[in-house]
Design a protein around this ligand. Sequence first.
Ligand SMILES: [Zn+2]
Length: 508
Amino acid sequence: ETYSSFTRLFLPRYKRPEVDEISNLSTAIVIDQHRLGGNARSTLGTATDINALLRLLFSRFAAPHIGYGNAYSFNDPAGMCPDCEGIGRIITLNTENALGREKSLNEGAILLPGFNPGSYYWKTYAESGFFDNDKKLRDYSPEEWQLLVNAKPQKVALNYQDTDFNATYEGLAVRFMRQNVKTEKETSKLGAKRMALFSTTAACPDCGGKRYNQKVLESRLNGYSIHDLTTLQLDNLLQVLEGFTDPRSRPIVDSIRERVSNLIDIGLGYMDLSRETPTLSGGESQRVKMVKHLSSSLTGLLYIFDEPSIGLHPRDVHRLNELLVRLRDKGNTVLVVEHDPDVIKIGDHIVDMGPKAGSGGGRIMYSGGYEGLLTSDTLTARHLGKKTRLNLSPRTAKGFIQSGVSSLHNLKNVRLRVPLGALTVVTGVAGSGKSTLVHRVFAREHPEAVLIDQSPVQANSRSNPATFTDIMTSIRNAFAEANGAPAGLFSYNPTEPARPAREPASSN
Ligand SMILES: [Zn+2]
């Protein structure tokens, strides 16, 4: 009933539960690894409400004073850059695809649909008097290029079908934006495919990607604009906030510092508040959600976490544990699904399921405290006591595969040298640069490597583990041999040889 009747049409329908009454249930909050999502207007700062506190701080204490909190928001007309409307990026003409540099205007250098030589649109450029129509675009001076692509609207005299008249001349990118981007109605005119071909995203030229308008960027507190603060790495931001000592601003600064510290405590100190939420990983999203709830003043809630330690370094697991304990100590009930021994250890009550996976599981094997779990005979207990054997005789390298020296993202002129024929582990706390070094640098320079990551298997509803791993082919061949029939007969996939057509069913 929270939603409008229109929205409800798209929601799943449930039958009324067959009970008379359900009572004493706490409000449950599931904190899972679903991506935070959101759009380009949603950042770490907006998602954690830290931006709202910063806006409040600036509206009271920054100089010059430019208005209430909304005046400092890139999502509000009062604070947003008017050119990109607070997104920081604009969609503009992809000149690589829309213009043929090896051609002149007479040879059809404008590749956009509707600009063939002789057409009305073509004439607005060719007969504007601005260009030598036989000059190839690659020979254009920067001024000519500017005029062709970015010129603001202006009047020119044109002759079309033997009639002289004044037409509006505007740069191709300006026209393209006006016709295809600014009005949604016109977007459909070009179609999504062409739109993708001829458009590209670039940092907004007006605000330089900062999202805010000039007034906001000039309003400062202790020398910082709100944009400066939201682009500082969180651990640096915390230090800068230490310097905000005006006692009148102390209460707001303190709540900002508490939230920023929570984000750092949970291993997100390497981020900044301007980070867009759609770019957060599943684990990062979960930790952000967690911090949001830590700052909530509600108590008596039931929190459910799904494997919060995934992807965390042991140091960060300890920070995670502290946060879980703090949530509990605020008067909440916390339920965690988890494999990590360090998280299991802090449980007041532990439920161990098994004994095995799939059809071999489904039973409660143990429930009680941690000490009791250790002395029980479950698979979990046996593995908790087990130490991984140390590799006392590491293999010697038969050579190395290496990457170039890189300073991408936070890397400080490092290269990765991987010993050939050995097992190499790259470790380090969250945000230390592991993924950048391994995925962005090393793997890109070695496209022959087989990359096994956690991205979902690309497949359709006809795929299952057997088809994906190709086991199905062997199964089909075995059936074909045993039955003297073609292997395609044992496929349900229409892209493979189809099953023999059935006789049309005879109707009585
Ligand atoms: Zn802008």
